[in-house]
Design a protein. Structure first.
Length: 314
């Protein structure tokens, strides 16, 4: 069996312990709360969902950071060759010009995270802010003829960017910030119809929680008798839609306000960037049955009443 050297394992464990401690520390929670309220109160209108990346189907921030990080990394490579300071300075300027939009997209996402994620996100932002300051100093040095100092500031800025990227990776992959928390549903729900309760169990206009194959669903009965069913865990951060509100044909997550259309699970308002898995529904013998929505079967649509014997899995 191949085993890593003890000193490498200890180094990795030390890093994880530091990151876990950062998640747990409450020292900056007052600042985080104040900043979060300020970001959420900004009158951004439709631009907020634009910055979240709802139109893209996944968070916009990781895409936006490619330009400044790529520009700064390219500048560092050019600084290895004498006489390339002017070109490196141009790339640093491009990075500084595009860092603002990247930060804006990250800020609106950060304001809608869990506290543990926000703590790591704040450290991520501090590291990137330090990088911006160092690159601004690097550009100023180059413009005034202090090329050597400009290179030093540039490499220090790249170091800060690396630290920020490491924290961003922890935030995205270990803490699942920005991931689709409903993606697994189509992979774990077995095919076929599943009974979820009697018609009388579903008051009109009220979200009701049920489960299929241990996957929680939210079932809503409209006043006209039509039933809708979606995956219950919000795709944004797993909030319980069954504890949310129903209005205008949508259910709104109680945690961060993402709104999903009951008819098909489409996310009509962020911060969620992915839709909810939707289920076909039917009423058989006074009971409501659901199955994962399939576009290729026009006979089974939300609200369709079917008196046939259901083909149930299992």
């Amino acid at each position: 069996m191949n085993r890593k050297p003890a000193h490498r394992r200890m180094g990795q464990n030390r890093m994880l312990r530091l990151l876990d401690a950062l998640e747990r520390t409450t020292a900056a929670d007052t600042v985080i709360d104040a900043l979060g309220r300020r970001v959420r109160s900004l009158p951004l209108g439709p631009a907020r969902d634009l910055l979240h990346g709802r139109w893209l189907g996944h968070p916009l921030h990781p895409l936006m950071v490619q330009v400044p990080v790529g520009s700064w990394l390219s500048a560092a490579v050019l600084d290895l060759w004498p006489g390339r300071s002017r070109e490196a300075g141009l790339l640093i300027g491009v990075g500084l010009a595009t860092a603002g939009p990247a930060a804006a997209s990250g800020a609106v996402d950060w304001a809608e995270l869990h506290p543990e994620q926000q703590r790591v996100g704040l450290a991520h932002a501090v590291a990137n802010s330090a990088a911006v300051g160092l690159y601004a100093a690097s550009l100023a040095c180059r413009l005034t003829g202090r090329t050597g100092a400009g290179r030093v500031c540039g490499y220090l800025g790249l170091t800060a960017v690396g630290a920020g990227g490491m924290l961003g990776g922890h935030l995205a992959y270990r803490q699942a910030s920005g991931a689709n928390h409903a993606e697994e549903v189509p992979h774990v729900v077995t095919p076929g119809w599943h009974r979820v309760g009697a018609v009388a169990d579903f008051p009109a206009g009220e979200p009701v929680r049920r489960s299929v194959d241990d996957v929680p669903l939210v079932v809503v009965r409209e006043s006209g008798g039509t039933f809708h069913a979606l995956a219950d865990r919000c795709s944004h951060l797993g909030g319980p839609l069954s504890e949310g509100t129903v209005a205008d044909g949508c259910v709104t997550c109680p945690w961060h306000g993402s709104a999903f259309r009951l008819a098909d699970g489409w996310n009509v308002r962020g911060p969620a960037t992915a839709p909810q898995p939707a289920f076909d529904t039917r009423v058989v013998g006074g009971h409501v049955e659901v199955r994962l929505h399939r576009d290729d079967d026009p006979a089974a649509r939300n609200g369709h009443a079917d008196t046939r014997t259901p083909q149930r899995s299992g």
